[in-house]
Ligand binder design. Structure first.
Ligand SMILES: *Cc1c(COP(=O)(O)O)cnc(C)c1O
Length: 451
């Protein structure tokens, strides 16, 4: 911090700006130091001193301003928000919210923990054994399972282990042109796969791919067949694709593995999302390796799930790259708690009956009316799975319709509420908000409507 250029006169109010040490010695500031570390606190103090020097606040206000500012400084800058969009797996809002069980597991795993230690013998243990068991229990069709950092890591690891450097001539992965997917932020799965050496052998066309297309592509360079679920788009009209069972038969007739990326990772069929494949079905239909994300409809932490035949999962797990994509103890803990636990929040949100949502939303409208005597409309509003799959599938529900300008004001709250805007209105959908939050929600909205 540079000193002011001009000498400070005797009666200059800036002489009254409290010294850093004096502010740091205040009880409240001392407590904040314990919570945030000295450096963060010093920055706030310096900030307020310079505001006083610039005449933005009075010297006498510095201490109070520091204390007030420290209240909103957190060790982590993430701001917990309420998701009022009706989009269940909202990529920009962190995808799946964890279940209470998963949160407990995270806390238990946060310190020293026997992640790779055998308590009975005191010797080194095998990593992630209980998470693997939970995955196999949830998906008995799998002989083996491996969790890595995320779905993209799972795909890259499988492709590299089966067709990357070290696979000899067998470097080609056969994939339909209808399944060459960009998953968001400009990342393309085909480029991800090819980035470590494998080559994509494209077959078919965007709208139609036949078994004969795959057949023609197979040769001495083929390492594997790959099928990717169109998780974020649909191809409609004059279309044709080859199913897992047929592809598996073809692959096995040529002694090749079939890899299936199902995207969202459902364990069992979901009636509301009939086009969403499941890990179990994919394996039962003959896939050798199936991969999925852990934080889409599985509802757990960010993770990549690899399930399938023992020989292939082992081959993948032994590849050197597996170490670079290794799941950390927090992922393993939260994933085990999710997979082996009660229905996770994402599936709860998906299954909430429209009638129940309507009742809640009407109650919210009444609570707002009682507080500020303003009537808000309750209107039909479709939810979405979002980044988790179920592309284009509307999930019927309801929303509270409030003036459009409220959207930005709701985002500016200390606990931001993220709603959508449409046709000149702001729509508040409670599908992804825990019911116990409704009171706070009503108060927050009412307070903004009153202004
Ligand atoms: C989401 C998705 C991925 C990437 O998974 P992440 O967990 O986001 O890394 C890969 N393939 C498909 C089909 C997907 O839907």
């Amino acid at each position: 911090m540079s000193r002011t250029a001009s000498p400070v006169a005797g009666d200059d109010p800036r002489r009254r700006i409290p010294r850093t040490d004096a502010v740091l010695a205040l009880d409240e500031v001392e407590r904040a130091k314990q919570r945030l570390g000295e450096e963060r606190v010093r920055n706030v103090v310096r900030d307020m001193q310079s505001r006083a020097r610039a005449g933005e606040i009075a010297p006498e206000e510095v201490e109070g301003a520091v204390i007030a500012a420290l209240e909103s400084v957190h060790a982590c800058a993430f701001t917990p928000v309420l998701n009022a969009t009706g989009v269940i797996v909202h990529t920009n809002l962190g995808r799946a919210p964890l279940s209470p069980q998963a949160i407990d597991a995270l806390e238990a795993a946060a310190g020293y923990v026997d992640v790779e230690f055998d308590l009975a013998t005191g010797l080194r243990g095998k990593r992630g054994v209980s998470t693997r068991e939970a995955l196999l229990k949830a998906c008995p069709a799998a002989q083996d399972a491996l969790a890595v950092n995320n779905g993209a890591a799972a795909l890259s690891l499988i492709a590299t282990a089966l067709a990357g450097p070290g696979s000899g001539k067998r470097s080609e992965i056969v994939l339909s042109r209808g399944e060459m997917i960009e998953i968001g932020a400009g990342f393309r799965l085909t480029e991800l796969i090819e980035s470590t050496g494998p080559v994509i052998h494209e077959v078919g066309t965007t709208n139609r791919t036949h078994l004969a297309d795959y057949e023609k592509a197979l040769g001495e360079n083929t390492a594997a067949l790959l099928k990717i679920h169109a998780s974020n788009y649909v191809i409609k009209g004059f279309t044709s694709a080859v199913g897992i069972a047929e592809l598996a038969e073809l692959a096995h007739a040529h002694d090749l593995p079939l890899i299936v990326d199902i995207g969202s990772g459902l364990f069992s069929p979901e009636p509301l999302l009939p086009d969403e494949p499941t890990l179990t079905e994919a394996l039962e239909q003959g896939a050798d390796l199936v991969l999925a994300s852990g934080d889409k409809l599985v509802g757990g932490p960010q993770a990549g799930l690899i399930l399938g035949k023992k020989e292939w999962v082992e081959r993948v797990a032994r590849h050197p790259l597996a170490r670079a994509m290794r799941a950390d103890k927090l992922l393993l803990a939260a994933l085990e708690a999710t997979v082996g636990g009660p229905t996770p929040p994402v599936l709860e949100a998906l299954h909430t009956e429209p009638a129940a949502l309507k009742t809640r939303t009407e109650k919210l409208a009444r609570a707002i009316h009682e507080r500020v005597n303003v009537t808000c409309e309750v209107v039909p509003h479709d939810g979405r799975v979002g980044g988790g799959g179920g592309a284009e599938v509307p999930i019927p529900g309801w929303a509270l319709r409030v003036p459009e300008h409220l959207a930005s004001e709701l985002r500016a709250l200390e606990r931001p509420i993220i709603a959508t805007t449409r046709d000149g209105a702001c729509l508040i959908d409670v599908r992804c908000i825990p019911e116990f939050e409704d009171d706070e929600l009503a108060s927050a909205i009412a307070a903004l409507m009153k202004r």
